[in-house]
Design a protein around this ligand. Structure first.
Ligand code: TMP
Length: 211
């Protein structure tokens, strides 16, 4: 495992929690403060990742087993870390990533029921052991989150049972409670500007140091 001079911030949360908006706003703040940074997302962020993203998210007339799902997300991640995240961090950038390994633990592990040791092994292989420095969870009830998303577009994950989304919410809260030094939990129902202010106040002292 290699030490990186950069800094990795990930955003996590259930459907409709607003993490993509917050990831973008945090990236904008970093830019405004002339902190070299990069914004990316999972699944996606590379040409291969974008193709796999569409396979995973769009509703199709074929099934994808939980294990296939795990490997498809992990293929995206491996390519993204190698081509985008690792080079940016080696160059000393702050990387903001919309979802990362914790999504796999929660969605494929807690919600789909795959073995957590297997997930840990696959996550570690795909990332070369890279771990986020900070993870911001936007916590929202599944009912509220899905309601927000219905107004936009319902994908393969949105149409899962409510119990699936409940395990995701609880899974995230459990992960955050186990590792409070890494996680910042924010109430996703707060106004967008307030959330972005809270995220920035938390991140700023961590990334401004020595830059
Ligand atoms: P999003 O970009 O709108 O958050 O959509 C990504 C979807 O993929 C979302 O439903 C969560 C799911 N997902 C997993 O199930 N496992 C993963 O490892 C990742 C990164 C996402």
């Amino acid at each position: 495992m290699q030490a990186h001079p950069g800094f990795l911030i990930t955003f996590e949360g259930g459907e409709g929690c607003g993490k993509s908006t917050q990831a973008r706003l945090l990236y904008k703040k970093l830019q405004q403060h002339n902190i070299a940074s990069l914004l990316t997302q999972e699944p996606g962020g590379t040409p291969l990742g974008n193709k796999i993203r569409s396979l995973l998210k769009d509703k199709r007339d074929f099934t994808i087993s939980p294990l296939s799902e795990l490997f498809l997300f992990s293929a995206c991640r491996s390519q993204l870390v190698q081509d985008v995240i690792r080079p940016a961090m080696d160059a000393g950038r702050v990387v903001v990533c919309d979802r990362f390994c914790d999504s796999t633990v929660v969605y494929q592990g807690f919600a789909r029921g795959l073995d957590l040791h297997l997930i840990d092994l696959v996550n570690t292989s795909a990332t070369g052991g890279l771990k986020p420095d900070v993870t911001i969870l936007l916590d929202i009830s599944p009912e509220q989150g899905l309601q927000r998303k219905k107004k936009v577009h319902e994908d393969r994950f949105d149409s899962e049972e409510l119990s699936f989304h409940q395990s995701i919410r609880q899974g995230y809260l459990d992960l955050a409670a186990k590792e409070p030094g890494r996680w910042l939990v924010l109430q996703a129902g707060l106004p967008v500007n307030k959330l972005s202010q809270l995220a920035w106040e938390y991140v700023r002292p961590l990334v401004a140091h020595g830059r």
